[in-house]
Design a protein. Structure first.
Ligand SMILES: [Ca+2]
Length: 203
């Protein structure tokens, strides 16, 4: 292996193993802290139906509470989601937004939720603009006691920063079933030494 290849592999492995300098940019990323109501998480906003803070669902990835999407109770075709506005991320910073996900599959004859999407947004000319986005279908999400770490990495062009999780229900005619659990969300800023040369997304 040439020196250049060794250097490249070291860079990639370093990026994969210890790429981050701060993972605490989000408030209440584990959804442990209650908001104004017991089914709302402090510091998080939400829209749509049946996406609630839950403290009796199992398993959790961290602590006692998580955000649960009750797909079996969704009646319409519109999506649901949560978001948080983040302060303290400088323009030009490379960041990774991540969340752990676990799915309960729909029973036979019912359909799963369609997808879960992570977004990083900013405000340009007074309008919300998507900086990075990636979507995972329901069958890509771990089940049982396993968790999938979903993440996107990008460079922030300007402040402010908003992180968003969007869940889209099944769009077919079958009854809806199953559920999605989200826990331990993080927004981490990469050190300048670890910055990737271009926007990058992965699972
Ligand atoms: Ca939690």
């Amino acid at each position: 292996m040439s020196f250049r290849k060794i250097l490249f592999c070291s860079f990639v492995m370093g990026f994969a193993s210890i790429p981050l300098v701060s993972g605490a940019m989000l408030k209440n990323g584990s959804f442990e802290e209650q908001g104004q109501e017991s089914d709302r998480a402090e510091h998080w906003s939400r829209w749509g139906d049946w996406i609630n803070r839950e403290c009796s669902w199992a398993p959790t990835r961290d602590g006692a509470c998580l955000t649960g999407y009750h797909h079996w109770q969704i009646e319409g075709k519109g999506n649901s989601g949560i978001w948080q506005d983040v302060v303290g991320v400088e323009a030009g910073a490379q960041v990774t937004f991540s969340v752990y996900a676990n799915a309960d599959r729909a029973e036979a004859g019912a359909q799963d939720f369609e997808s879960v999407e992570l977004r990083i947004e900013t405000t340009i000319h007074g309008e919300q603009s998507v900086v990075a986005s990636r979507r995972w279908p329901a069958d890509a999400i771990a089940t049982g006691s396993d968790w999938s770490r979903l993440f996107i990495t990008t460079t922030i062009p300007k402040n402010p920063v908003r992180v968003v999780v969007i869940v889209t229900p099944g769009q077919g005619e079958k009854p809806r079933g199953g559920a999605l659990k989200l826990d331990q969300a993080e927004l981490a800023v990469h050190s300048s030494e670890d910055r990737y040369p271009s926007p990058h997304a992965g699972q």
